[in-house]
Design a protein around this ligand. Structure first.
Ligand code: ZN
Ligand code: ZN
Length: 445
């Protein structure tokens, strides 16, 4: 091979290496465009699902079909503290889905159902994850992923973390504080990942369920870089209330402090269903189809999806589709896959260098402190730009620590977690030009 050719191959390899490094760190130094094409596809999936293996009201195979028939590409089962990998028989009338679920299963799979008469009446064997995946998943078309919702608590505070693509069940580890309980469970997932060599994605679920988890706690968990900005369960308070911060507010506090003070990676936001109830849709119960992630990946495998999720190559949605998300040294651009007759507001949100970093403890009407996310200035998670269009670009002015985009549709969510929701999408945050170059460190909250 001529010397010049070898040089150009070396140069190409170096460029590719740098391009890869830029994607995986989220640095805005190079340009990254998330769009289908060149061997990459958008894959839509839900990472939070309950079944008869814990407190859901349907069988795994029927839930897998529900998503498959609605053009989802992947689904992760995440029952509480259990994997569907043992022989388990249930009394039909004592299951949450009862006869309704049984009749539907029997009609759909008359030759597949395994049943027997027990002392308490009719029993059905719950099919394992492996059996259901074998029957319903299709390579390259529809992927089922084994997961667990590690469901722990500290005092009365529920602390739930999902582990997607988990290989062995992890019982809740516990801890001496909310933060330590989160960290101990994250550490257990990371240890399994290292031991098995399988990628396992850990994420913090519904921080506002029971208003259990504050931004100040979640920001400090090491190895935990994903949380649910949108959870479809109607009891999880995505929007917070007059005292408690919304999940988006929590996100902005975490991002700001991780960049300026904690030197931890960006936190990414997921939308999930957390579905438990599958027989009366739509209603005000916890149903499937409310929130999902769309991941840009090379192929439909747990490895490829988790690789992309960890590199921030995805967005979260409760109804809005995105065509393209581009980040570059000059800013962030979002293009909506627009629908006829619908308008979109694209909000760019971020925090600037020199922001007011003071915060106050929240108190009740009698002045007693409340254990919740502190109150911060409007500088944290500032609305930098708002555009009504199907595509918009935010140009860095130079002092942004990070920027993220939220897209809100004029169409109401057809089956919302909270009344009055409009369909939305959330891009992942990218670092701004002022990240890691903040001369004045803010005080600790
Ligand atoms: Zn939960
Ligand atoms: Zn759940």
């Amino acid at each position: 091979m001529p010397r010049t050719h070898r040089f150009s191959i070396l140069a190409i390899l170096l460029v590719l290496c740098f391009a890869f490094a830029a994607v995986s760190t989220g640095e805005p130094e190079s340009s990254t465009t998330l769009a289908a094409g060149d061997g990459l596809q958008w894959y839509k999936g839900n990472l939070h699902t309950h079944s008869h293996w814990s407190d859901g009201d349907d069988y795994l195979e029927m839930i897998a079909l529900w998503y498959k028939e609605r053009d989802y590409d992947f689904l992760c089962f995440t029952d509480h503290n259990v994997l569907a990998n043992t022989e388990r028989w249930v009394e039909v009338d004592k299951t949450k889905g009862g006869r309704t679920a049984y009749d539907k299963l029997k009609a759909r799979f008359p030759d597949w159902i395994e049943e027997r008469e027990g002392e308490g009446g009719l029993e059905v064997r719950l099919r394992t994850f492996a059996e259901v995946s074998e029957k319903i998943a299709e390579p390259g078309k529809y992927l089922l992923i084994q997961g667990e919702e590690i469901s722990d608590r500290f005092d009365s505070h529920p602390i739930h973390l999902n582990a997607s693509n988990i290989q062995e069940v992890i019982p809740p580890i516990g801890g001496d504080s909310v933060l330590e309980t989160m960290q101990n469970n994250v550490n257990a997932v990371i240890a399994q990942r290292e031991r098995t060599g399988q990628p396992i994605l850990v994420h913090l679920n519904h921080p506002n369920f029971g208003y259990a988890i504050t931004a100040e706690e979640l920001m400090r968990v090491v190895g935990e870089n994903f949380f649910e900005v949108y959870n479809g369960h109607p009891s999880v308070h995505n929007s917070g209330d007059h005292v408690h911060a919304s999940t988006e507010r929590i996100w902005d506090v975490i991002l700001t402090w991780r960049i300026t003070e904690l030197d931890l990676p960006l936190m990414y936001g997921l939308a999930v269903d957390d579905g438990h109830e599958y027989h009366n849709i739509p209603s005000r119960a916890s149903e499937p189809g409310r929130g999902w992630v769309v991941v840009l990946a090379e192929e439909l495998t747990p490895d490829a999806l988790i690789d992309s999720l960890e590199a921030g190559r995805f967005y979260a949605s409760s109804g809005v589709d995105l065509k393209r998300v581009s980040s570059s040294p000059t800013g962030l651009k979002v293009e909506v896959d627009a629908e006829e007759g619908v308008e979109y507001t694209i909000d760019f949100i971020g925090t600037r260098r020199g922001f007011d970093s003071t915060s106050e403890e929240k108190t009740d009407d009698d002045g007693n402190p409340i254990r919740t996310t502190r109150s911060y200035s409007d500088d944290v998670g500032e609305l930098l730009q708002s555009t009504t269009a199907t595509s918009a670009e935010y140009h860095f002015t130079g002092d942004e620590l990070y920027v993220r985009a939220r897209i809100t549709s004029t169409r109401e969510h057809p089956n919302p977690a909270e009344p009055g929701e409009f369909e939305r999408a959330w891009s992942q945050p990218i670092l701004g030009p002022a990240a890691n170059r903040n001369p004045k460190k803010p005080t600790s909250p």
